[in-house]
Design a protein around this ligand. Structure first.
Ligand code: FAD
Length: 374
């Protein structure tokens, strides 16, 4: 007699849901059957992200450790999923977003935690990023160099993970919206979509802001702010204008694998104004001014605004991810900002938790129950 494997539904196909589903199918497929349910593939916040993979600044040590660990897992993951290697870049970051004192503290603190972080001179920056205008560099004459950091094209990465989970490991994709969760005897036993019920032994809500709504239908409060951010995207440029990330006290910029310069203010915008199109135009001029007009008599290629995005970050109220149990049997949550950086860690540890019941100790700090403590 064959016994059916436990069935896990992952709701959401952004970078977080894709990574959880991939890890479930690829690493635990002998134990579980996986279905991904989402109306799209690639996510909602995910395609509008700046997608910087990093563990620096404003960190408590335990959170730093998890982000750093996730960066290490990304290095492995991009070799395990076909097509991901081409979407990732690890060319480091030059950063002068903060004032000198903050930057100095950030470098010392992170270096003492084993993260590569050092001061480099403006001259050194221009050797690494020769297209940057020297006028945009700080008057202090130095910036922070964080050579471990990188980026990935997140929506494409999510698509590749889901494709691989399906073709190589038998995961099923259902392009449908979940209307509500199916509950029996106080346990979540599946989801309800417009085409009917899909039953399961476990449901993982990795639906970004959608998680908040779906959890609320069971009376579960997931305290998340929705924080918008504007990103401008240039038309693709065939010249490599940026090797790594440039996190200035003005624009934060990187060049995508398609050659676009993408940029935001403070990672990717604070709250955009009521006229984001006008704001994008003005901001893009600042981005253009970050580059010199020519390099060794080669003129700067035409840098034109192609489009802008306003993405909404699913940002838990204390800034830390909400992961794992939520007090309801059969249901796990995965909602966070910095989800691009964290997806590799979250995919690995949540898949293990759901498929085997083994809880990585690092997950303890991220439980929903922390919000119920005084
Ligand atoms: C402007 C901006 C800049 C950012 N910069 C960075 C950065 O530099 N580095 C970094 O690490 N992070 C960054 N982030 C954060 C990061 O992008 C997010 O944390 C991450 O994309 C969240 O991914 P997700 O898969 O959880 O959610 P999403 O990408 O929002 O995906 C949610 C998925 O759930 C599905 N869904 C929702 N409701 C339902 C439902 N009822 N039924 C079925 N499916 C449903 C959606 O269709 C979608 O597939 C940024 C975000 C923004 C907006």
């Amino acid at each position: 007699m064959t016994v059916d494997k436990p069935h896990v539904i992952v709701v959401g196909a952004g970078i977080v849901g894709a990574s959880i589903a991939w890890h479930l199918a690829a690493k635990h497929g002998h134990n579980v059957k996986v279905t991904i349910v989402a109306p799209d593939v690639g996510g909602t916040a995910t395609p509008n992200s700046f997608a910087w993979l990093n563990a620096n600044f404003n960190n408590a040590r335990p959170y730093f450790d998890v982000r750093h660990r996730s960066m290490a897992r990304w290095h492995e993951l991009i070799k395990e999923v076909p097509g991901l290697l081409e979407l990732a870049r690890w060319n480091g970051n030059v950063q002068w977003q903060q004032d000198e004192e903050q930057l100095d503290f950030c470098i010392k603190q992170h270096a003492s935690w084993g993260y590569k972080a050092e001061k480099i001179s403006n001259e050194e920056v221009l050797k690494r990023e020769p297209w940057l205008a020297d006028t945009c560099l700080p008057s202090s004459g130095w910036v922070a160099s964080l050579p471990e950091e990188g980026s990935i094209e997140p929506a494409l990465a999510a698509k590749k993970m889901i494709e691989h989970a399906a073709t190589a490991f038998g995961a099923t994709l259902r392009q449908e919206t979940v209307d509500r969760l199916l509950v029996r005897d106080d346990k979540v036993v599946g989801v309800v979509t417009s085409s009917g019920n899909i039953t399961a032994d476990h449901v993982v809500l990795a639906a970004g802001l959608g998680t908040v709504k779906l959890a609320a239908t069971l009376g579960i409060d997931v305290p998340v702010n929705s924080r918008p951010g504007l990103i401008v995207h240039s038309k693709p440029v065939s010249t490599r204008l940026l090797n790594g990330l440039a996190i200035s006290n003005g624009p934060h910029m990187r060049q995508t694998v398609q050659g676009r310069i993408i940029a935001g203010r403070h990672y990717s915008g604070g709250n955009p104004t009521t006229d984001p199109a006008a704001e994008a135009d003005i901001f893009f001029k600042k981005v253009q001014a970050m580059f010199r007009s020519n390099l060794d008599s080669t003129p700067l290629p035409s840098l034109e605004l192609d489009f802008y995005t306003v993405g909404i970050r699913p940002d838990p109220k204390d800034g830390l991810p909400i992961l794992g149990d939520c007090g309801k049997k059969g249901l796990a949550l995965a909602v966070m900002h910095s989800g691009v950086t964290l997806a590799a860690f979250v995919g690995q540890t949540l898949a293990e938790l759901v498929a085997t019941g083994t809880k990585d100790k690092a997950l303890d700090q991220f439980s929903l129950s922390r919000f119920n403590k005084d």
